[in-house]
Design a protein around this ligand. Structure first.
Ligand SMILES: Cc1ncc(COP(=O)(O)O)c(C=O)c1O
Length: 375
């Protein structure tokens, strides 16, 4: 083994290495730099009274955007290219990380990107994402309600069909469907290799943000395939209609069936009831509305570990972990915080973009105050 790699898990994409038949059957564009590091958080652990607290640094999954996005988009964009599409169309809140990341990675794959956006509470991060979307060439459409999104989507699909000769591939909100889950199935296998290499103990508990459920359910399936007993705590940050046990089962079995159909040596697994927990108690008032607890968690992560989190997803997730630690529920346990947020700072680049170039209804976000907790 080369010097410096001893004890480190060396890998590229364990899902394909362990099941080579998948490589031919599931088109994938490699976007993420894998494996992402896993590291102890000694100072944060000390502050919370936890001896074995770790972080999975998916914030470092790629320099251009990162977070949970490259893993999510590898198979969707692979499908788009395989089918000869010219563009993808997807959905999100006005400041969506998902639509911005889709624009960035679609462009890398040579595809155009259309974003159907809906209102959300105002924030500096929202403004930055909008400006970066503009800069990276997203086609942005904004609708205030679901009927507008549906009609607008049908119109854009038709318009692009005529203009480009091909209908854009529709990627669901958050990139989550059976295919979008696969990147995080691989992440579960990646973690198993890091455990085997001694980089992290097998976590008793794993905390991860849950918006459209692809990340948490993909991990659950990957961990189950890897034979790990880790309990996944998925912290809901979106409205209840987007997150449920029923949807978790649908994604879990859908992704499992997809894999099994491509390689029959992959077993069909029962849904691991006892190892999946959905948490609703850190949601606050609404999606993307910061809470005092999430902002406390963001500050503590920055002060103790120089970790850059945000109020919509990862702050609420760490707040849940902190609440459980304070209640004594994590005493003596190995705990892993899965960081899904990009650590790329877009502020300098976004500062050079004029918001007046945005479609008129989106300019309001630059002319109204941000929410009070966004300091
Ligand atoms: C930073 C961040 N964390 C977590 C999530 C939620 O992941 P999922 O939609 O797969 O549940 C998102 C959104 O998609 C996100 O942008």
């Amino acid at each position: 083994m080369p010097q410096g790699l001893a004890g480190k898990a060396r890998m590229m994409f364990p899902l394909f290495e362990e099941y080579p038949r998948l490589r031919e059957r599931l088109p994938r564009v490699a976007l993420a730099k894998l494996p992402t590091p896993v590291a102890p958080m000694l100072r944060l652990g000390e502050a919370l009274g936890l001896d074995r607290l770790y972080v999975k640094r998916d914030d470092l999954s790629d320099a251009e955007y990162g977070g949970n996005k490259p893993r999510k988009l590898e198979f969707a964009l692979g499908k788009a290219l395989h089918e000869g599409r010219r563009a993808v169309l997807t959905f999100g809140g006005a400041g969506s990380n998902h639509t911005l990341a889709t624009t960035i990675y679609a462009r890398r794959a040579g595809l155009g990107s259309i974003a159907m956006l809906v209102p959300q509470p105002n924030a500096h991060a929202l403004r930055r994402n909008l400006l970066m979307s503009l800069l990276r060439g997203a086609e942005l459409h904004y609708h205030r309600g679901m009927p507008g999104v549906v009609i607008g989507t049908l119109w854009q699909l038709l318009r692009h069909r005529v203009q480009d000769g091909r209908r854009p591939l529709l990627i669901p909100p958050g990139g989550s469907n059976a295919l979008g889950v696969l990147g995080h199935v691989n992440a579960g296998l990646e973690l198993k290799r890091q455990i085997d290499a001694g980089e992290v103990p097998e976590p008793d508990r794993l905390y991860v943000a849950c918006g459209s459920m692809g990340t948490s359910v993909g991990l659950l399936l990957g961990l189950a395939l890897a034979g790990l007993r880790t309990r996944v705590t998925a912290v809901r940050v979106t409205a209840r209609i987007y997150v449920s046990g029923k949807k978790a089962r649908r994604f879990f079995h859908g992704a499992n069936r997809l894999l099994h159909a491509a390689d029959a040596s992959i077993p069909l697994l029962p849904f691991p009831e006892a190892r999946f927990e959905l948490r609703h108690d850190y949601f606050g008032e609404e999606y993307a509305r910061y809470t005092e607890a999430s902002m406390r968690a963001v500050r503590l992560a920055r002060e103790t570990e120089s970790l850059s989190l945000e109020g919509t997803y990862t702050g609420k997730t760490l707040a849940c972990l902190m609440g459980d630690a304070a209640a004594g529920a994590l005493h003596g346990k190995a705990v892993l915080f899965w960081n899904t947020h990009t650590s790329r700072d877009f502020a300098p680049e976004a500062a050079g973009v004029d918001y007046h170039a945005l479609p008129a209804p989106l300019r309001g976000y630059f002319e109204r105050d941000v929410q009070p907790l966004d300091r």
